[in-house]
Design a protein. Structure first.
Length: 598
């Protein structure tokens, strides 16, 4: 193992965490996006840092600052956009300083690949909820271990002999930005692989781990020159544009992408590319370009603006840079291969220690059940906190037999890569029916521990809205043998005509079932033509009959857009709605009601 391998691996592992934090706390306003991109580009300070401290002290200083940043974001009050973005920029700066030796690009690529494998192995047993969002022994324990590792490596680097002066350009190091984006947002994101391919998170993690092992091996026995670049571009294209649930196409594409990305990165970093203005200017340009390239690949996904085009462009950029470069072979693969295999074995062993789930209620005697609907805003609060535990606590407090959720994330970087479907399913021992929308990274979810006799998901009519919309529907059997059909959807918020067509579609899914219920964030106001059409079709409102019709269901702006609508032989009682909602994890309130089947 070369002297740079361990620092690169640890820095990359911390960078993955900080970049996911940045995705969660990012403000999607024009100002927020500008600040995010400018903050990531602040990694250009790598060059001035080298000039100020010199080649011997720059890397230890950057790793020390990164250790402090990692500890800082463990405090909830510090997880705000400026702090998170600057910490991520420091991570880029430290990574470039650790990887700037051109003579061993293969070792750098292998270290990055092993960091990606370690990241997945750490997150899988935690159901993809990063330790950075947790307090207690687990959250602070991981933070302290990572900070101590960085501090120890900084001390070792400070005591090492001074490196030789850099006489060639380092601009190619900017390609680490697109590589980290492909890892964090796509190919090594178990939640995204699971949502794209219709597999479990555990299976997705195993596909990624297998790709990591293969990628480490291929660096010691490289493929023909043209194969890795072509394979990476093809894998990213298939992964983004051809999701086929039930087939291993997307997981296989992720495996291929993870396997060839180290070889592509090693080739792309081979050789010199200089501005002609000196190595410090080259290093500054590389730092700023790496941070900016990462931001340009992931920010459009947050904005739902051509999200597939930018990662594909990043993959093509890496492929072109690697196309004519010579292979960067890394010798002695045994220890890295062993480490990758151990990472593959860790999640199943740790999953065995998972506590037993606590199922949802199942007693529905007398044709009575309780249900809850809630737009959870991807489990991210207005102040940028990712808190699936708040969602879980609110579900348990409602006493619901059937839970309907909207804006449920599955691998979306804006929710820290969390797969909330799996996270809730495992803790509630419930059957989950998920209807993907928004590029399959978010959607509508139904959870219940009652027997499900039928389920259905589908897409809703498209229109002027920025995102795709979907619905989910289940038929459950109650204790005394009655059945109830329950449907949820999240409708278009801006264009009324599109919303009217979508609402008409979901009303048809309820059909003429007198026991049917339709609930969700319909984005329709009281008295609107589209809502009146649903009422004229025979549905009636739980809040109007059993609650306060004047109470808003959304906090900002304060308006009533979430509904529970029942069929002819449905009665409602004990309606509950929290005024600023019960959990601060969303800008919508949870609606809960008791349903009686006449």
């Amino acid at each position: 193992m070369t002297p740079m391998t361990l620092p690169v691996a640890v820095i990359t592992l911390v960078a993955f965490e900080l970049l996911r934090v940045t995705g969660v706390v990012m403000d999607l306003s024009a100002f927020g996006v500008t600040v995010t991109l400018a903050g990531l580009a602040a990694a250009a300070l790598t060059g001035p840092l080298m000039w100020w401290l010199g080649p011997r002290r720059a890397l230890p200083a950057a790793m020390g600052a990164l250790a402090a940043g990692r500890l800082l974001v463990q405090f909830p009050w510090a997880r705000v956009m400026p702090v998170a973005v600057l910490a991520a920029a420091v991570a880029f700066a430290a990574l470039l300083l650790a990887a700037r030796r051109r003579d061993e690009p293969g070792a750098v690529a292998r270290a990055v690949a092993l960091a990606a494998g370690a990241d997945v192995a750490l997150r899988l047993p935690l159901d993809l909820w990063d330790p950075v969002w947790r307090g207690g022994v687990l959250g602070w324990g991981v933070a302290l271990v990572l900070a101590a590792a960085l501090a120890g490596l900084a001390v070792r680097a400070a005591r090492a002999p001074a490196p030789a002066p850099v006489r060639v350009g380092d601009v190619r190091l900017a390609l680490l930005g697109p590589a980290l984006a492909l890892y964090t947002a796509l190919l090594a994101s178990p939640g995204f692989v699971a949502s794209q391919g219709g597999v479990t998170v555990t299976a997705a993690g195993l596909w990624i781990a297998a790709g990591t092992i293969l990628g480490v091996r291929l660096l010691s026995d490289p493929l023909p020159p043209a194969v890795p670049p072509v394979a990476l571009a093809a894998a990213v294209f298939v992964f983004l544009f051809l999701p086929q649930p039930g087939l291993p196409l997307a997981p296989l594409a992720a495996l291929v992408g993870v396997a060839v990305l180290p070889s592509v990165l090693a080739r792309a970093l081979t050789g010199a590319l200089a501005t002609g203005r000196g190595p410090l200017a080259d290093l500054a340009l590389a730092g700023g370009a790496a941070g900016l390239a990462y931001g340009l690949m992931v920010v459009p996904d947050h904005l739902h603006y051509a999200p597939e085009a930018f990662p594909l462009a990043g993959a093509l950029l890496l492929a072109v840079a690697a196309w004519r470069s010579r292979a960067a072979v890394v010798r002695r693969p045994f220890a890295p291969l062993l480490a990758a295999c151990l990472l593959l074995a860790a999640p199943p062993l740790l999953n065995a220690a998972r506590p037993a789930p606590d199922p949802l209620p199942v007693d529905t005697a007398g044709g009575v059940y309780r249900m809850m609907t809630w737009n959870i805003h991807h489990a991210v609060s207005a102040d940028g906190e990712l808190s699936p535990e708040d969602v879980l606590a609110t579900i348990r407090g409602s006493g619901a037999h059937v839970v309907l959720l909207q804006e449920v994330p599955r691998g979306w970087l804006a929710a820290g890569g969390l797969d909330l479907v799996t996270w809730l399913e495992r803790r509630l021992d419930a059957q989950a029916v998920f209807a993907p929308a928004e590029d399959r990274q978010s959607g509508n979810l139904i959870l219940t521990s009652l027997p499900v006799t039928a389920s259905q998901t589908g897409r809703l009519p498209e229109g002027e809205g920025a995102t795709d919309r979907s619905y989910a529907s289940v038929t459950v059997r109650l204790t005394d043998g009655e059945t109830a059909r329950i449907t949820t959807a999240h409708l278009e918020g801006d264009d009324r005509g599109t919303r009217a067509r979508q609402l008409a579609e979901v009303v048809r899914t309820v059909g003429d079932d007198p026991h049917g219920v339709l609930a969700g964030d319909l984005n329709a106001r009281p008295g609107s033509p589209e809502l009146n059409a649903a009422l004229e079709a025979g549905l009636h409102s739980a809040q109007d009959e059993a609650g306060d019709p004047e109470q808003p269901t959304q906090r900002e702006p304060r308006r009533r857009v979430d509904w529970i609508l029942g069929g002819e032989n449905v009665a409602f009682a004990s309606f509950e709605l929290s005024d600023v909602p019960a959990s601060h994890v969303s800008d919508h309130a949870p609606l809960a009601v008791t349903v009686w089947l006449d």
